[in-house]
Write a protein that binds this ligand. Structure first.
Ligand code: AMP
Ligand code: MG
Length: 519
């Protein structure tokens, strides 16, 4: 029998909603409400992250048991634990949306293993008091995407929530995927996801919005005690320091996203982790053609608020909302403003450093920013695959053979104008010159560059292929991609086929280039 080292801190230290009914409502004066997962018709575990399981003290053998299946699909409640959903609010697409909460997430328990405390949560396990008008369920396609991407992000070295298991519920779920009035039944699924904390900016905002300063303080004190314990006893000074660290972590996470070409898609404040983790994998996407203006989220097609190039700005905008939320327990504007101003300064510095690392530049040169801007301009002159381009850059030898080394990263090299090619030749010349002041040898530089420019990312069409196969009952591609993405920076000669541009059929296909929020 699988035995977990349960150690509850959230439910033992924070106030619960006294109403035990599972009915839709506004929940005040509490951080969460108890809610039980729905029983499913025929649960089936499709995949388990054994790395994550072992972090929780679960053996490989245990993951194959019925007990594991029942616990991590919500069909059985682990002894002496009380599942619950959290209350939070959020700014959605720039507007305050009031109470949102875990509409389809149910927290099961906390596991402590090897001095780490993990929160375990099911996504898609049924209605909660926060489900509003929706069903609390999730479909297979969005669950495959969340499962694969959260573990892929982890292996890329990017702060993220994790996933333990992906299961079918055996129930059908009705979704209007394209919002065109044609709802259809899809297979229901449940992901068990894991994180040191699932707290979001929105958990703090909801109390501030309701002027519930007592609970705002209680929640902040809890967060500092468990997640920022180096800050010491909660005081005004510590709240400021806390905000500073959240700001720094948020920026660090977003710089990582920019480095690998990840576009979150829905950076609403309810999807911003207080620990600076990538959270809520919905209509996210990976850049194929490098384009600052790209967003995968069809809901955001018009304004492109959450486009690739805007993610750092949105991080700052979201931090302003968090600063406003924390203000009542700090009551000083200046230190908060100073931190937000620092974000801008750090962004300039850190993104330059990040881009330099992608180019293999270690020493400082006054023209580096110009060189990088020129590169970014060139990358947008014609459709050029971001991942392939930067990976190939580590093999760059000289400007003479420059462009020919990069032909395969262009989506349509044949129709690239001479003017564009000239621009590239110019850039390669500058890059060749610039490399001369570096001291690293070719092989050393290559190694360093390959450690920041992944060879394999979860391209949008790759997920879609795995989803289409899974829908037909073939789960082998889920495993193939899962294994591939465990070593995204390595050369994997047997997996060269995944180091290739998006195929043309995927250019405008739903699920590949456009993602719906309907999940
Ligand atoms: P998102 O922006 O997708 O992270 O979700 C915004 C809000 O909608 C959150 O409060 C979610 O819990 C809620 N939500 C999304 N999908 C569902 C669903 N199928 N059932 C209930 N609530 C949902
Ligand atoms: Mg969300």
């Amino acid at each position: 029998m699988m035995k977990l080292n349960i150690k509850e801190t959230f439910t033992t230290e924070l106030p619960a909603d006294p109403n035990m009914e599972n009915t839709i409502r506004q929940v005040e004066n509490s951080v969460y409400s108890f809610a039980s997962p729905k029983r499913t018709r025929a649960a089936k575990v499709l995949h388990v992250s054994q790395e994550m399981a072992s972090e929780l003290g679960i053996t490989e053998e245990e993951t194959t048991s019925d007990y594991f299946k029942n616990i991590f699909t919500g069909n059985e409640v682990y002894p002496n634990t009380k599942p619950f959903s959290m209350c939070y609010g959020g700014h959605q697409f720039g507007n305050w949306a009031g109470q949102l909460g875990d509409g389809r997430a149910i927290n099961l328990f906390e596991v402590e293993h090897q001095n780490k405390n993990w929160k375990v949560q099911l996504k898609g396990a049924g209605k909660t008091p926060y489900s509003r008008t929706a069903d609390g369920l999730a479909v297979l396609r969005s669950s495959v995407r969340e499962y694969l991407c959260s573990e892929a992000m982890f292996h890329l070295g990017i702060p993220t929530t994790r996933a333990l298991s992906l299961s079918l519920s055996g129930d059908d779920v009705l979704r209007d995927m394209l919002y065109d009035g044609n709802p259809a039944y899809e297979k229901g699924a449940i992901v068990s996801r894991i994180s040191p904390s699932f707290l979001r900016f929105g958990n703090f905002e909801i109390f501030a919005a309701r002027k519930d300063i007592k609970n705002l303080k209680t929640l902040t004190d809890y967060t500092i005690k468990h997640h920022f314990s180096h800050l010491g006893n909660p005081s005004k000074e510590d709240y400021i320091q806390f905000f500073k660290e959240v700001s720094e972590r948020t920026l660090a996470m977003i710089i990582h996203w920019q480095r690998v070409g990840f576009v979150h898609g829905v950076m609403n404040t309810d999807n911003m982790s207080i620990l600076g983790l990538t959270i809520d994998f919905g209509p996210y996407g990976w850049l194929e053609g490098f384009d600052f203006g790209w967003t995968p989220n069809t809901t955001d097609r018009q304004h492109k608020r959450y486009r690739y190039g805007n993610q750092p700005n949105i991080g700052l905008w979201n931090l302003y909302q968090l600063a406003n939320a924390l203000y009542p327990i700090i009551e000083e504007v200046k230190p908060l403003e100073a931190i937000l101003d620092q974000y801008k300064v750090h962004f300039e510095q850190d993104s330059l450093a990040m881009m330099k690392s992608k180019l293999g530049l270690c020493v400082d040169d006054a023209n580096d920013l110009k060189l990088i801007q020129h590169l970014e301009d060139n990358l947008q002159l014609a459709e050029i695959d971001m991942t392939i381009f930067f990976r190939n850059l580590s093999s760059f030898t000289d400007a003479e053979s420059g462009l020919s080394q990069f032909e395969n990263s262009f989506y349509d090299f044949k129709n690239t104008t001479d003017e564009i090619k000239e621009n590239w030749n110019l850039w390669f010349k500058k890059y060749e010159e610039r490399l001369k002041i570096e001291s690293l040898l070719f092989e050393e530089r290559k190694q360093k560059m390959n450690a920041v420019n992944p060879k394999y990312v979860l391209r949008n069409y790759m997920s879609q292929l795995a989803i289409d196969a899974a829908d037909k009952g073939d789960y082998s591609l889920i495993d193939e991609l899962f294994q591939l993405l465990k070593k995204p920076y390595d050369e994997q000669p047997n997996n060269e086929k995944w180091f290739s541009k998006r195929p043309e059929w995927a250019r405008n296909k739903a699920g590949c280039s456009m993602l719906s929020c309907s999940s």
